[in-house]
Design a protein. Structure first.
Length: 210
């Protein structure tokens, strides 16, 4: 099957204090690391960059300009994916430690018949709903999972989910809303998303411990 990846690297990194996708980790930017792994697992890669993104991609990697929201950026990437692609993987550049094995686990679940496959790990912490600085509810964590990328989709499913211009925090949410079935593969504890500067320090520490 033809497998393409969309690496989303178009955010402004407001919580990080800058464009985190270009922050360097052991000599390589986060987007470089994400793209390198995507290339190992997929037949082609499209990287979605901010309008002023000056990153130069490796030979054979396409780039497009993203939109205001994450969903708009994914749609920009979708337009650059060849129409004959059968499986499309969406990955956040802010997750630089996702492994090739995780990409392949999600892709193989789709190749086995799933509409979509996402990596996730069970929530270990107690979860509380907070409003105005006060706890209003303790949420039962049974069955709750923290979701990661890369997320794999049958190409026609992902295109259908985005056809109406909907917005979601991840692509699986749009696929669910469109009535398709999403399955879960085991995520990776090290697959941390860089959101604030201290996350980068944590990931650097994990790499140094190898």
């Amino acid at each position: 099957m033809s497998v393409w990846a969309i690496v989303v690297a178009a955010g402004d990194g407001s919580r990080f204090g800058g464009a985190k996708q270009f922050a360097r980790l052991a000599g390589r930017s986060l987007v470089e690391r994400a793209v390198a792994t995507a290339r190992e697992a997929c037949d082609g890669v499209v990287v979605v960059l901010p309008p002023d993104g000056q990153w130069v991609p490796p030979e054979g990697v396409a780039t497009v300009t993203g939109g205001v929201t994450r969903s708009e950026s994914v749609r920009a990437g979708l337009r650059a994916v060849p129409p004959d692609a059968e499986t499309i993987v969406v990955h956040d550049a802010a997750r630089p430690l996702a492994t090739r094995a995780l990409f392949l686990a999600a892709v193989r679940a789709v190749e086995a018949g799933a509409d979509a496959a996402i990596p996730a790990i069970p929530v270990a912490d107690t979860v509380k709903r907070v409003s105005g600085g006060r706890v209003v509810e303790t949420v039962a964590r049974d069955g709750l999972h923290a979701v990661q990328t890369p997320q794999a989709f049958r190409a026609e499913v992902l295109r259908d989910a985005h056809a109406g211009g909907a917005t979601g925090t991840d692509d699986a949410a749009l696929v669910e809303a469109a009535g398709w079935t999403v399955v879960v593969v085991e995520g990776e504890a090290r697959n941390i998303k860089v959101t604030v500067a201290t996350d980068l320090e944590l990931i650097d520490g994990l790499m140094g411990a190898e």
